[in-house]
Design a protein around this ligand. Structure first.
Ligand code: R5P
Length: 295
C-alpha cells in the first residue's frame, strides 16, 4: 500500500524528514482559523487508497487535537486505506492516576479518543510510569519508539567520562538503557513533587561523582524544576554544572532560561521543535514504523 506522510502545520521539519526516511511522498494539511477561532482542515491532494501517516507532536495539545481529529476523520472520508499517527511527543501521559478525588485519568481518556479515530499510533519515549505499556490504554496498535540509542550515541560522542544522573525513580528506565549502551555508571535520585512548580530532589553523595562529568537525563522537561533541583543537588556535592539531556523539550514559560542557567549544556531530541534539539530520532521512528508488522 502506498504511504503518504501528512504533516499537521508546525510539524513540517520532522514530517518531511520522516517521509524521506520512509521513501514516501509528503504533504502538509492546510489549516484555516476562522475569526471565531473554529478550525477548518483540507488535504491539498487526493488521498484515496493511500496509507496515511499523520505527523503531529502533541506538546501544548489542546489546540492541536481537534484539527488532528478532523484531519483523521477527513482522511477516512476521502477514502484513505488506513490512517495512523506519529506523535513524537505524546501528551497527557503524566496524569496516569487519580491523585486527588474527582480527577480525570487523562492518559486513559485521551488514549480512548485517539483509538476511536485512528488505525495505529507511534510515539517516542512516552511517559510510562503507573501505566506500563501503551497497549494498556490504546485499543489500536501502539508503538513506543526508544530513543536510548540516539541519546547514548550523542553522550558517548560529546561527553568525556560521563556519570548519568536520573532525577527521579521514573528516569531509571532510560538511564539504565543509555548507561548500558555507553558502558558508564549512573545514579538515580528520588523526587517528591509538591506542586506544579515545586519539587524536592534528594542529595547525591560526593563520592559517587568521583571525577566524572555529570549528565542529568530526563524524559520531559516542563517547568524545569526537576532539572534545577537535581542540578542543585550536584552543586551541593561540589561538582560543576551538569550537561542536561532531555527527550521532550516542552519548556513551559521561562523553563529553558532556568535550565540553561544551571547547566553547562542543554540538549534535547527533536520530538518537539526547539533550538536545543541536537539528537535526531527520526531514523528510530522510521525504523520502528517499517519493522512493525501490525501497522
Ligand atoms: C516526571 O515524572 C517526568 O519524568 C519529569 O521528571 C517531569 O515531567 C519534569 O517536569 P518539570 O520540568 O516540570 O519538573
Amino acid at each position: 500500500m502506498t504511504m503518504l506522510v501528512v504533516g499537521m502545520p508546525g510539524n513540517e521539519l520532522f514530517a518531511t524528514s520522516l517521509a524521506n526516511h520512509l521513501g514516501a511522498d509528503y504533504v502538509t494539511v492546510a489549516e484555516h482559523r476562522f475569526p471565531d477561532e473554529e478550525v477548518l482542515v483540507r488535504f491539498p491532494r487526493k488521498i484515496e487508497n493511500l496509507d496515511i501517516v499523520l505527523v503531529c507532536t502533541l506538546d501544548r495539545p489542546d489546540n492541536k487535537i481537534l484539527p488532528l481529529l478532523f484531519a483523521a476523520g477527513t482522511a477516512r472520508q476521502l477514502g484513505a486505506k488506513r490512517v495512523g499517527l506519529v506523535a513524537p511527543y505524546l501528551c497527557y501521559m503524566r496524569q496516569d492516576k487519580v491523585f486527588h478525588e474527582g480527577e480525570a485519568i487523562s492518559a486513559r481518556l485521551f488514549a480512548k479518543i485517539m483509538s476511536q479515530n485512528l488505525d495505529w499510533i507511534a510515539t517516542a519515549e512516552p511517559h510510562l510510569h503507573r501505566i506500563h505499556t501503551l497497549h494498556e490504554i490504546f485499543g489500536i496498535p501502539a508503538i513506543a519508539v526508544r530513543a536510548d540509542k540516539a541519546i547514548a550515541d550523542w553522550i558517548g560522542r560529546e561527553v568525556q567520562n560521563p556519570l548519568l544522573i536520573g532525577p527521579d525513580s521514573e528516569s531509571a528506565q532510560w538511564l539504565e538503557a543509555v548507561a548500558a549502551r555507553i558502558g558508564c555508571p549512573f545514579a538515580v535520585l528520588t523526587k517528591e513533587r509538591r506542586g506544579d512548580d515545586h519539587v524536592i530532589v534528594s542529595q547525591i553523595a560526593p563520592q559517587v561523582l568521583a571525577s566524572r562529568t555529570p549528565v542529568i537525563l530526563d524524559d520531559v522537561i516542563s517547568t524545569g524544576q526537576t532539572i534545577l533541583q537535581a542540578s542543585a543537588s550536584l552543586k551541593n556535592a561540589g561538582t560543576g554544572k551538569p550537561v542536561v539531556v532531555g527527550v521532550h523539550a516542552v519548556f513551559a514559560n521561562n523553563a529553558y532560561a532556568l535550565v540553561e542557567s544551571a547547566a553547562s549544556r542543554v540538549v534535547t531530541t527533536n520530538t518537539i521543535l526547539h533550538h536545543s534539539n541536537n539528537i535526531d530520532i527520526v531514523p528510530c521512528v522510521a525504523r520502528a514504523i517499517r519493522e512493525q508488522s501490525s501497522i
